[in-house]
Design a protein around this ligand. Structure first.
Ligand SMILES: [Zn+2]
Length: 119
């Protein structure tokens, strides 16, 4: 594949150095604690239910150990939330409740199926 033009997410040129610490959701997975430089294409929004309300955490899934690590929203450019169709992952046990509140695209369901097993 040959890239002809950079997409907007790359054009924003945001980079963030972060350690995979697995902090985000309780999980039996062991984080690798490797340090990564991530960009906006690595950020996903994970939707879950808490006390009857729908919540969202932003972060990334580690390419080594698959743990999810939260990236604090104050470190993410605000354009990301407004302008981008970022990937959505839904915590599996909350899928039915979330689907009643937001419309998930076929792609969201695919991404969720891939990653939710790591949560
Ligand atoms: Zn890791």
């Amino acid at each position: 594949m040959k890239m002809l033009k950079k997409g907007r997410m790359e054009a924003l040129d945001w980079k963030y150095v972060v350690e995979c610490n697995g902090k985000g959701f309780e999980s039996s997975r062991q984080p690798c604690f490797d340090t990564f430089e991530i960009d906006l294409n690595d950020i996903v929004g994970v939707y879950y239910m808490e006390e009857g309300s729908m919540k969202i955490k932003y972060g990334f899934f580690c390419c080594n150990c698959h743990c999810f690590t939260v990236v604090p929203t104050e470190h993410i450019p605000k354009e990301f939330f407004h302008d981008y169709d970022f990937p959505i992952v839904v915590v599996e046990k909350d899928l039915e409740m979330i689907e009643r509140r937001i419309l998930l695209s076929e792609n969201d369901k695919k991404v969720s199926a891939k990653y939710s097993k790591y949560l």
